[in-house]
Ligand binder design. Structure first.
Ligand SMILES: NC(=O)c1ccc[n+]([C@@H]2O[C@H](COP(=O)([O-])OP(=O)(O)OC[C@H]3O[C@@H](n4cnc5c(N)ncnc54)[C@H](O)[C@@H]3O)[C@@H](O)[C@H]2O)c1
Length: 519
């Protein structure tokens, strides 16, 4: 039998022991928590561009992120800024000194704050910064900056679009708005890259109605989901249909009586058109003829054809069909009537459906190689929103029979584009990802030309839109002959679209001989 005093003593000692342990543990934790932590070093920032955007970025960083980021300095090329200071932060050098400045001042990250800069400057900065293995972010170009919003959240990784960006030009948005506001507008090929961007931009200018025409069900459905959100639903009307179906186009145009028509429906892939010549001629020439006739019959004010630089001295079926479509419109214009026919030519747009950027991106994701057809292959490139903004402007400028050409800047070597894309993915061209040359494909040219030698280039009131005038006679136009030769190979009389076209093309080549067609 244990004496009761011992049991009480044991219980008391156990209680004291456990309590002491708990108090000790707690004291240890508190002591650890209150011990001063080792300071994490602030990220050292260099801002390229000591203009307004750079100044705002500095202010936002100093205001909100001074504990985590330190703006060490600026680099800028502008004369007079060499020894300048913004809010006490010095300009440390010129942009081409960025690598030395970054090394000397132990920079971690470079922020490019020149929204008006062309791609050349961004390419130079990105190349030296990524070589030095520093982080780099860029502000969008002027056209894409969000009004009065803070700049910091708009910083993003450099993309290929930034490298091909062009110096900003003020767009006279008011004139375009006045032209589109309150109009009934039909866009064909609305679900495609150009067509869908036309729809997005047109909707910003308050049309009375936007009628979207395409034969591709799912892309049209996706487009509707996107553009109807946030707008009055009744403004957007969808009409599924094939532009080579004259009856269907007649129905759509009679029903809506459009003021303006943008014709972007087309087959556009050079190799596909080489392989499917008949379809290319049916859609690109026959479809254009049918939609243009429907616009004229409905009394539309303007018809705008989206053309391409591949229509110039065409070496491919695709280019030839687009050239014939241009000639066809000039013939339609000469017929007189309420509709003014306009064509707008431009080179490749960045990131359109099936473009080289998509291909390169997936080849990089697979670990390479990237395939480029030829080391000297060059193309003009423009961002889709910029091209479409200029198309809307050209549509407003056009007087009928006008052929406009958009200023595409400098052509870019495709192999350089491939290397840029590899670098932007944080990899080294030739080491991490190989580039292979696969040979020029049928119908492909090494360089695209922007206009025929017989075409005279005239300026317009917009610095990036030119008007092409030519005394050229269509019978000398190889494109018409090429399409006609192909048409002659197809069995006669089986297809009303092709049968009508044959007459039109013959008439283009020898207007004297054929009466009653397009003249
Ligand atoms: N993408 C470019 O880089 C670029 C550059 C300059 C000019 N263009 C020209 O712009 C036009 C459109 O090109 P895109 O890049 O938007 O092509 P895309 O293939 O993205 O769009 C074409 C659209 O037309 C539709 N379409 C095709 N045939 C049709 C038919 N018979 N009936 C109804 N709809 C039909 C397709 O479904 C598609 O939605 C082409 O004529 C092209 O030559 C394109």
């Amino acid at each position: 039998m244990i004496p009761r005093s011992i049991a009480i003593l044991d219980g008391g000692l156990t209680f004291l022991g456990i309590s002491g342990l708990l108090v000790g543990l707690r004291a240890f934790r508190e002591a650890r928590r209150s011990r001063p932590r080792r300071k994490t070093p602030r990220e050292r920032i260099l801002i390229a561009g000591a203009g307004d955007a750079g100044d705002i970025l500095l202010r936002e960083l100093q205001w909100k992120f001074s504990t985590t980021h330190e703006v060490v300095g600026f680099v800028d090329d502008a004369p007079g800024k060499e020894d300048a200071r913004l809010r006490g932060v010095p300009v440390l050098g010129r942009i081409d000194q960025i690598r030395d400045v970054a090394r000397q001042h132990r920079i971690d990250q470079v922020l490019i704050a020149v929204p008006s800069a062309g791609g050349e400057l961004i390419r130079r900065i990105t190349a030296s910064v990524t070589e030095a293995k520093l982080g780099v972010k860029v502000l969008p170009g002027i056209g894409q900056l969000i009004g009065r919003a803070a700049l910091l959240p708009q910083l993003r990784p450099v993309s290929i679009d930034d490298l091909l960006r062009r110096k900003a030009v003020e767009q006279e948005a008011e004139q375009v708005s006045g032209f589109l506001r309150g109009k009934v507008i039909i866009v064909t090929g609305a679900a495609g890259s150009i067509g869908s961007q036309l729809c997005r931009q047109i909707l910003c200018h308050e049309p009375a109605r936007l009628v979207v025409v395409d034969w591709a069900e799912t892309p049209l459905h996706d487009l509707l989901l996107e553009i109807r959100a946030g707008t009055n639903e009744s403004v957007v009307v969808s009409e599924m249909g094939d532009v080579t179906d004259a009856v269907r186009m007649g129905q759509i145009f009679t029903k809506h009586s459009p003021d303006l028509v943008f014709h972007a429906a087309a087959l556009k892939h050079v190799p596909m058109c080489e392989a499917h010549v008949r379809e290319a001629i049916r859609v690109n020439v026959g479809g254009t003829r049918i939609v243009a006739e429907a616009a004229l019959a409905a009394g539309a004010q303007r018809f705008v054809l989206i053309s391409t630089d591949k229509a110039v001295n065409p070496s491919s079926v695709m280019g030839a069909t687009k050239r014939v479509a241009e000639v066809l419109l000039q013939k339609m214009e000469n017929r007189g009537g309420p509709t003014r026919f306009i064509a707008v030519r431009f080179g490749n747009v960045l990131g359109s459906n099936g473009s080289v950027l998509h291909l390169f991106r997936s080849q990089i994701a697979r670990g390479g190689p990237i395939t480029v057809t030829h080391p000297e292959m060059r193309r003009y490139f423009m961002a889709i929103p910029e091209a479409v903004g200029l198309v809307l402007h050209a549509a407003h400028l056009g007087n009928g029979g006008d052929l406009f050409e958009l200023d595409m800047g400098q052509p870019v070597k495709i192999v350089d584009l491939a290397q840029d894309m590899i670098r932007l993915s944080g990899l080294v061209p030739g080491k991490d990802i190989r580039i292979e040359f696969s040979g020029v494909r049928p119908g492909e040219k090494l360089f695209e030309e922007l206009y025929f030698s017989a075409e005279k280039v005239h300026p317009t009131s917009h610095p990036r839109i030119f008007c092409l005038r030519s005394e050229r006679v269509p019978e000398k136009d190889g494109a018409v002959l090429l399409c006609l030769n192909h048409l002659n190979v197809f069995p006669r009389g089986t297809d009303p679209v092709l049968a009508g076209l044959r007459d039109d093309l013959l008439q283009m080549l020898d207007p004297a001989k054929r009466e009653g067609s397009l003249a």
